[in-house]
Design a protein around this ligand. Structure first.
Ligand code: SF4
Length: 437
């Protein structure tokens, strides 16, 4: 007999979340896992077999570091209900961003001798960006009030036929203090029991339009091409899904204090990732004011001060540059309706069901069967970016995959809580008698 209620779900990236602990043992999937599941083969490599192929890139590390700065900046904005100063922003670049980059030192995708130089250059890039972001948010903050930062949102997956939480019977490997999802042809102490499905996401921030009850989920995006990137907004399926999670949290979950608000949509806080550096002086000892030399006004302003030039001479040029400053930081707002959210709930159910079926199909699977139980995209558009392409393209048999690459704890597993509570009893056949939901 096992006491299921004493298990807590452990999910990569959400390890210490109190919100997850309160849910007990459950399947949790995120929007990125949902996206991965578009290619069943990719999802199976990662989430069923558990191949550990962590990959990183300079662009990804830059984006995460910027995210860390934003988190601290928005927390302070929320707590004081006023925008941070440029000095505070610069301090975050030197403290929290530097700490983050140092913590990733071993993973930096370059030769050892270039690593420290890359960190210093990246911090300088953050500093060039944060000055513009503070100016931008000085205006944004007057329009929106930040009410939550880095908020984990979860909602149960509801079976539209039974109107109950979707909790199919799955197979697990039982070990002392741990429960693992069954992979392919796993052996050991296998039990099967019902486990409910939940969708999870983390909102960078939740904001309210001042003077109204309109709530928006705010998402940071860094890109080197903000103009073209903004076109993606209309097609981002994550938006409605996150609003659906927020809707559940407001009605049944942890955000009931916002119940009288209306979910209006999503805002992308779009930040340019390549802010130009300080311009050099011309031979004449002046700065170029050529019309084609576009750059943010605050970088030009800083150059005037740095070279101790007469600001009066550059007033017109500075005013021209200010007109295009919005190209570097933009707030894009898209509305999401309750109909969109309802569709997202149903699509989440479809994904959970499909994930469950894939797991069950793969429980017993030969090398040949893997080709149809975990098929590829009809046309793979990710081969250049897919970290599993080295297994997929040459079609390496699953029985030949290097054992050392397979992680036992996978992306999700369940750990026994030391703090005992009410029991959920399994009968002699391993059938579950009750669930904590
Ligand atoms: S290379 Fe393409 S088809 Fe193969 S696993 Fe990756 S995403 Fe799927």
């Amino acid at each position: 007999m096992i006491n299921l209620k004493n298990y807590v779900t452990v999910l990569k990236r959400y390890e210490d979340e109190l919100r997850i602990q309160k849910l007990g043992a459950c399947w949790l999937f995120s929007q990125s896992q949902m996206k991965d599941h578009g290619c069943k083969r990719k999802w199976s490599y990662s989430h069923v077999i558990g191949i550990d192929e962590d990959s990183t890139s300079g662009a990804l590390l830059y984006g995460v570091g910027w995210h860390v700065i934003m988190e601290h900046a928005l927390l302070r904005i929320m707590n004081n209900d006023k925008c941070i100063t440029e000095e505070e922003g610069l301090e975050y670049c030197e403290t929290v961003a530097r700490d983050y980059l140092n913590s990733e030192y071993d993973n930096l995708p370059m030769e050892e001798i270039y690593k420290q130089e890359w960190i210093e250059e990246t911090i300088e890039r953050y500093k060039r960006g944060i000055i513009g972001w503070v100016k931008h948010w000085d205006r944004v903050h007057k329009e929106y009030q930040v009410v939550a930062v880095e908020k984990t949102l979860v909602a149960p997956i509801i079976d539209p036929n039974t109107k109950d939480i979707y909790k199919p019977r799955s197979k697990f490997v039982l070990e002392k203090d741990y429960l693992y999802p069954c992979g392919i042809n796993d052996k050991g102490d296998i039990i099967d029991l019902e486990m409910p499905y939940y969708k999870i996401g983390r909102a960078d921030a939740i904001v309210v339009k001042r003077g109204t009850k309109s709530l928006f989920i705010l998402d940071h995006k860094t890109t080197s091409q903000p103009k073209t990137y903004s076109k993606k907004l209309t097609f981002d399926m994550q938006l409605a899904s996150y609003c659906a999670l927020l809707n559940y949290e407001m009605i049944e979950g942890e955000l009931k204090h916002l119940k009288d608000h209306i979910i209006s949509g999503v805002i992308w806080d779009l930040c340019h990732s390549k802010i130009p550096s300080r311009p050099s002086l011309l031979k004449s000892g002046k700065l170029s004011q050529a019309k084609n030399k576009t750059m943010p006004s605050w970088i030009f302003e800083e150059a005037i001060q740095h070279y101790e030039l007469d600001r009066e001479e550059y007033i017109d040029h500075l005013n021209d540059l200010k007109v295009t400053d919005h190209n570097y930081f933009q707030l894009l707002e898209v509305s999401v309706s309750y109909k969109d959210m309802h569709r997202a709930y149903l699509e989440d159910y479809a994904t959970a069901k499909s994930m469950h079926e894939t797991r069950i199909n793969l429980y017993h699977c030969s090398d040949i069967e893997f080709n149809y139980k975990a098929p590829r995209y009809p046309i793979c558009e990710q081969y250049q970016h897919c970290k599993f392409s080295k297994y997929c393209l040459p079609n390496i048999d699953i029985s030949k995959i290097d054992e050392t690459r397979i992680k036992k704890d996978k992306k999700i597993h369940w750990r026994v809580l030391t703090d005992k509570s009410e029991c959920i009893i399994l009968d002699k056949e391993g059938k579950q008698i009750s669930l904590p939901f």
